[in-house]
Every structure is written in structure tokens, then in C-alpha cells.
Write a protein that binds this ligand. Structure first.
Ligand code: SF4
Ligand code: SF4
Length: 403
């Protein structure tokens, strides 16, 4: 019997594509629009911040995508099924959950502001540059910063710091119950076994509702033994398991070489033959799939992954191949010209309303609240341009066995 398509099949086939909106990324219109474009392009999983508003925005995008799926398919885009929504939780201090901060009042007035220029999220602003920012509100806009880390290294005065934060296990447990999240990713580090255990205790009561657990752990001394001990803690697992090999957490997409750390790390985890699927992240970009193919690390028509188990949920591959790739900064930056265009149009519309009705009239406020121009689907031309770009990335892993 033909298997009904689901994201799990992508894992099994080595075609899994995950979009990382970012554990720290809570700019809701962007989360919504990225989710919509990558869903229609065939993404299997959307990883959003562990924040009910971000989860709801992704959920709204999935509803819109459902209504557009036939059109997406007729255009030749990769949509096959709705992706799973994943949230990340942290068992301790971890760079996956950080935001940049600095005090703009101590910046030299003649600084050419490389921080502002390098930020892919437009999260660094200076009050005189943006009329939406009131005086004294310069610096990092917390809700836009997704912790990519680029600004930290470019400041000539080293004024920018990363501030870590942790999602609490109890808040995640209620998220899982109330929002219907499909998957959870646990971010840990070698040596944090007791933190992991504590977190797992609060997740365990809800695990039967989940389709997937992912574990993300940067490389370190004693990694394999640590991952083995985590497997002992979470076994038996009623759902699929992914080991996310985060080569360079928060590295962004800078440079062709940035993907190699993730690939080397995946080889190490594959060699450990842990039960579960292996998926790359961190430094993944336009080169990642080609490099995986060149290294023979993706299953292809010629070297099909063995699958002896009957049930996909308990399927434990031989770990010879990578099952998928997660894209963060690269995927977001790819669509940023289109999302910026949309944002500009939205701002112009708000200015026109303000010009016509003033800032205080109720009618102006109603029109402003009713503005639909934060939604990509309102402008079909922009939407399909975004889906086309997203598809150029998603299709790389989807068609990797044809290469
Ligand atoms: S460059 Fe990255 S870390 Fe710095 S403010 Fe922008 S999004 Fe945040
Ligand atoms: S690069 Fe550093 S000194 Fe210059 S504006 Fe940015 S934070 Fe201030």
C-alpha cells in the first residue's frame, strides 16, 4: 500500500527540510510569512520560538497554506503535506537562546555603525534613522533580534554582548498541551546530564502527544558517551528521534566553508550509530546539500538507506546517511528582500492613513489595525516570488537522490 505522505517519510527518505525561524525570533509577521512561503515550497518542519504568539503565527500560516496548496502544486512547488511545528527548549545556558544588547549612548559618534549594516534582521537601529523609533530608543530591538551573533564580532569597540535566556520546562509543557505543537527540540551540552534529566521529567508526561523529539548538542569531549546517556534517559520513545548536529551554532550562513563543521559533526554522530535520524544544522547554506552528496552522505537511488523496521515511528536507520538539513539564517536572509518590500509597503500604507486621518482619530486606528499588508498572501505576486525562492532551497534536499 502506498504510504500517505508525511514529514516522517521525508526523514526516512533523507529528504527532511527544516526551517529554523529561530529560538529567539519573535517578530510575528516574519514568522508567519516565512512559515507560509517555506510550507508551500515543501518544508517538513518549522522550528519557532517557544512563545505562544510565535506558534500561533506559524499556525495561521499553515491554515493559509492549506488553502493555497493546489495552486502551489500546479506551479510545480514542493508542497506535499503540512509541516510539523517544533519549538526548542533549553536545559541550561545555551547560545541558541540569546539576544544581542549594547548601550548606544557610549558609541563613538563617528562610528560608521557596522553593527547596523551587518544585522540581517534590521534589529539594530539608531533613533535619528527611523522615525518609528522614539528618541532614546536606539540599540537592539529585542523582538527582532534572533541571536545570529553577527553584530558581536564587527563592533570595533566590542560594545555588544550576547544575553542568554532560558525557556522554562513548565511553560513548554503547557505549550505542548494547549497549542498542539508537533515536535520539541531539546538543546543541551555535554556534561549537563542532570539538567537534561530535570527537563525530560517535565516533558515526559506529554511525550505521547508528540510526533518527534530532536536533541541538539554541540560537539565536545565525551560527546558520543553523553548522547548515549541521553538516549538511555529518553527510552523508550513513542515517537521519532533526531540528533541535530549543530556544526556552528549561530554562525549564520557566512562563507562556503561554514557548512563543513556541520558535515564533519554529522559524520561523527553517524559513526556513533546511535538509534535515530541525523540532521544537520548550524552554518547550513546553499552549498550544504551539494557537499553532502559529494561525500556520499545522503541516501540516493544508488545507495538506498536500509529500512528493516515496519513502523516509521520506531524506525531506527542504520545511520549510514544524513536524513535532513535544517536552515536558519540562510533561509531567512534568502527571503528578506521580499519581506522588506512588503514591510515598506505596509509602512507607506500606515503613513497614508496617518496623512489622511491624523494619528489620533478612531477611524485611523481602525484602518491601521485592519491593515492586511503584513500578510504575504495579500500580494500574490510577492508571495509566489517568495515561494519560488524558498523552493530553490527546499528542492535541493528533496531532489538530492537525483543528483
Ligand atoms: S546581528 Fe544578529 S545578534 Fe546582532 S542584533 Fe542582529 S539579529 Fe541580533
Ligand atoms: S559598531 Fe559598536 S560602536 Fe559602532 S555603533 Fe555599533 S555598537 Fe556602537
Amino acid at each position: 500500500m502506498r504510504e500517505r505522505y508525511s514529514p516522517l517519510i521525508s526523514l526516512k527518505k533523507g529528504h527532511w527540510f527544516k526551517l529554523i525561524c529561530g529560538a529567539s525570533f519573535q517578530h510575528l509577521p516574519t514568522v508567519r510569512n516565512l512559515t507560509l512561503a517555506y510550507t508551500l515550497a515543501g518544508a517538513d518542519c518549522i522550528d519557532v520560538a517557544a512563545d505562544p504568539a510565535a506558534i500561533a503565527s506559524a499556525g495561521q500560516a499553515l491554515q493559509v497554506a492549506s488553502g493555497l496548496q493546489d495552486w502551489a502544486k500546479s506551479q510545480g512547488f514542493g508542497y506535499q503535506a503540512l509541516p510539523w511545528i517544533m519549538v526548542s527548549i533549553n536545559d541550561g545556558e545555551d547560545p541558541h537562546f540569546r539576544k544581542a544588547e549594547f548601550d548606544p549612548s557610549v558609541c563613538p559618534t563617528d562610528c560608521w555603525r557596522p553593527c547596523e549594516k551587518v544585522c540581517p534582521a534590521d534589529a539594530i537601529v539608531f533613533s535619528e534613522d527611523r522615525n518609528t523609533i522614539t528618541c532614546g530608543n536606539s540599540g537592539v530591538i529585542d523582538e527582532l533580534c534572533y541571536g545570529c551573533g553577527r553584530c558581536l564580532s564587527v563592533c570595533p569597540k566590542q560594545l555588544i554582548q550576547a544575553r542568554s535566556y532560558v525557556s522554562t520546562p513548565s511553560s513548554i509543557a503547557s505549550l505542548v498541551l494547549q497549542t498542539g505543537v508537533d515536535a520539541i527540540e531539546i538543546h543541551t551540552q555535554v556534561g549537563r546530564e542532570s539538567d537534561f534529566q530535570r527537563l525530560w521529567k517535565s516533558i515526559k508526561p506529554w511525550v505521547n502527544q508528540l510526533k518527534l523529539i530532536a536533541i541538539s548538542c554541540p560537539d565536545g569531549e565525551g560527546l558520543v558517551e553523553y548522547l548515549q546517556s541521553l538516549y538511555e534517559i529518553i527510552s523508550p520513545l513513542p515517537c521519532a528521534l533526531i540528533w541535530q548536529t549543530d556544526g556552528k551554532p549561530m554562525s549564520g550562513d557566512i562563507g562556503a566553508g561554514s557548512t563543513m563543521a556541520a558535515i564533519r559533526f554529522s559524520q561523527k554522530v553517524l559513526n556513533a550509530k546511535l538509534p535515530g535520524y541525523v540532521q544537520l544544522a548550524g552554518g547550513t547554506n546553499n552549498f550544504t546539500v551539494a557537499k553532502l552528496v559529494a561525500k556520499g552522505l545522503l541516501a540516493s537511488e544508488n545507495n538506498k538507506q536500509e529500512n528493516s523496521a515496519k513502523n516509521l515511528n520506531t524506525y531506527i536507520p542504520e545511520n549510514r546517511f544524513v536524513s535532513g538539513v535544517a536552515y536558519g539564517s540562510y533561509a531567512r536572509v534568502l527571503l528578506s528582500p521580499i519581506l522588506e518590500k512588503l514591510e515598506k509597503m505596509h509602512k507607506s500604507q500606515l503613513q497614508a492613513i496617518e496623512f489622511a486621518y491624523g494619528t489620533t482619530s478612531i477611524h485611523a486606528k481602525e484602518l491601521t489595525n485592519d491593515s492586511q499588508l503584513t500578510k504575504l498572501e495579500v500580494l500574490p505576486e510577492l508571495l509566489w516570488e517568495a515561494v519560488s525562492l524558498a523552493n530553490s532551497l527546499v528542492s535541493q534536499i528533496k531532489t538530492s537522490d537525483l543528483k
